[in-house]
Design a protein around this ligand. Structure first.
Ligand SMILES: *Cc1c(COP(=O)(O)O)cnc(C)c1O
Length: 381
């Protein structure tokens, strides 16, 4: 194993051109961030009213090729909204992958709905279309156009697909299955900004797509998120709920629903406007870094994980260890000691205490993938 660590460390030191610590994905501010931030402060419109929120939303919608974008305080809030605007709540069930960041599942639970944790696909690392279809076929039946879970009697209303580390799920198949079984398709594209299939951006396939602009994501607004949609109705509902469900009025306070304060502040959006201008440059740098790494690595003990569909934003660089005597945890520890941050994909959500009471299938592919796939840095140098 030492030879592998040595080879990785040497390659990383060369490509990232540093002898210092290499984090997974540090934020990079080399555009007009400071200029916009200063301008935002000087305007005094640092909160939810201000031109930067509008500018960021329209720039994001244009970049993604979506009709509408709503900027939020973080990606988790946008996920929560994506479900609420589709009337998902108590008595409903939402299919999601067992391997994801906890926010995917937490957002479902916030609404009162129950997550159903299904297995991932070995290559896409995201929700398996085959497993979704099998679950719907065997565990649900149609009643008045709705898919009803045969055991719980609940309405399986949506499928929340997550594009793991920027790799597209089997989106075509999932779209077809959702259409056939009358489920809504929502994309947790928090990690997939800039990933695409042909010219279509991930996050724009479902009825709603969600992005995150946390500090470790492809671009950042400090903390922040967004949802994108082509539906004016869904956008309007999301806007309303995110702005405390206040009925527009010049001075009176009337709220027609239990709303949320989920708006992105202008000061964060100012960062976002500057960051979004850099994204294509960042993606190219990230792509080139991976190409260079590939030429420097001795791939006897592992393979480089490549996306099955489309073009990934290459959030992280991933390798798959295919030697039995390898232990991914000790590899991560060794790399850490040599100054290279590494991590596993995620853990299975269904095995965590707060989520054990929900339905999960026997997700064997998830276990296998989690034992083999290692995430390594690919921050913009
Ligand atoms: C980052 C992330 C989110 C949202 O995270 P926030 O920190 O709330 O912006 C949601 N889902 C996945 C899969 C993520 O990686």
């Amino acid at each position: 194993m030492n030879d592998v660590v040595e080879n990785l460390v040497k390659a990383y030191r060369k490509v990232h051109n540093t002898e210092g610590y290499i984090p997974l994905h540090p934020p990079v501010f080399r555009g007009e961030e400071k200029k916009y931030l200063l301008d935002c402060i000087e305007s005094t419109f640092v909160s939810s009213v201000g031109k930067y929120v509008d500018d960021f939303q329209s720039a994001l919608a244009e970049y993604c090729g979506a009709k509408y974008a709503l900027a939020t305080v973080n990606g988790t809030a946008a996920l929560h909204l994506s479900l609420l605007i589709n009337d998902i709540g108590m008595g409903d069930e939402v299919i999601c992958p067992d391997v994801t960041f906890a926010a995917t599942a937490a957002a479902i639970v916030y609404t009162g709905a129950d997550p159903i944790f299904l297995d991932i696909d070995e290559e896409t690392l995201g929700l398996s279309a085959e497993k979704v279809e099998a679950f719907l076929e065997h565990n649900t039946r149609e009643i008045n156009g709705k898919r009803i879970n045969k055991v719980t009697g609940k309405h399986v209303k949506a499928c929340m697909a997550m594009h793991n580390i920027g790799f597209s799920v089997e989106i075509d198949s999932l779209e077809k299955i959702c259409l056939r079984y009358n489920l809504l398709l929502i994309e947790d594209a928090a990690e997939a900004l800039g990933s695409r299939i042909g010219n279509k951006m991930l996050g724009t396939f479902g009825c709603v797509g969600v992005y995150s602009f946390n500090g470790n994501k492809i671009i950042t607004t400090g903390g922040g998120g967004a949802l994108v949609t082509d539906s004016k109705d869904l956008f309007d509902r999301a806007f309303h709920l995110s702005t405390t469900a206040k009925v527009p009025h010049p001075f009176e306070y009337e709220h027609d629903a239990i709303g949320y304060n989920y708006r992105m502040p202008s000061i964060n959006a100012a960062l976002g406007v500057a960051q979004l201008k850099m994204i294509e440059e960042f993606l190219e740098i990230k792509r080139n870094q991976i190409e260079l790494l590939k030429t420097l690595l001795n791939k006897k003990c592992f393979s480089v994980v490549m996306p099955k569909y489309g073009i990934s934003n290459n959030w992280f660089f991933m390798i798959r260890i295919n030697r039995k005597d390898f232990n991914i945890q000790s590899l991560i520890t060794s790399l850490g000691r040599s100054g290279i941050m590494a991590r596993t994909l995620w853990s299975r959500i269904s095995k965590m205490k707060p989520y054990q009471k929900y339905i999960a299938t026997d997700n064997k592919v998830a276990d296998k993938v989690l034992d083999q796939v290692l995430c390594l840095p690919n921050g913009v140098v």
